[in-house]
Design a protein. Structure first.
Length: 126
């Protein structure tokens, strides 16, 4: 068991180092919602869009994650999405999680341990 854990840890560190070398920047999203700004960091991203409608954030990740089938651990790419739809535009009566959704590649509770490689913002409905 320890040899497998060491191999998984070693592989995830090599993958994390390679992807981290690419670099991450914040910028405008090129998706259906208008006036969207994404904020990316090493392990995830968040977004805020102007206008009307609802949107969600998806992040492409690389790392170690839990699967439903044996051996229940895998190393490689996976996708994470924000847990709820967010409202576009400014709504001062709402908390930031409703207008600035986030998706994380490093979530201990769900068994995902990775780094972000790409971000998308999707309009879900108006």
């Amino acid at each position: 068991m320890t040899a497998t854990v060491r191999r998984l840890a070693g592989a995830s560190m090599v993958i994390a180092g390679a992807v981290a070398a690419i670099g991450f920047t914040a910028g405008n999203a090129s998706a259906a919602p208008t006036d969207c700004v994404t904020d990316r960091w090493t392990t995830g991203a968040s977004a805020h869009c102007g206008g009307d409608g609802f949107f969600t954030v998806e992040v492409d990740c690389v790392g170690v994650y839990v699967t439903r089938t044996a051996p229940h651990l895998a190393v490689g790419p996976y996708m994470q999405a924000s847990q709820r739809f967010a409202y576009a535009g400014d709504h001062p009566e709402m908390d930031p999680t409703q207008t600035h959704p986030r998706a994380d590649c490093f979530e201990f509770t769900t068994g995902h341990f990775g780094i972000a490689t790409g971000t998308r913002v999707y309009e879900t409905f108006r």
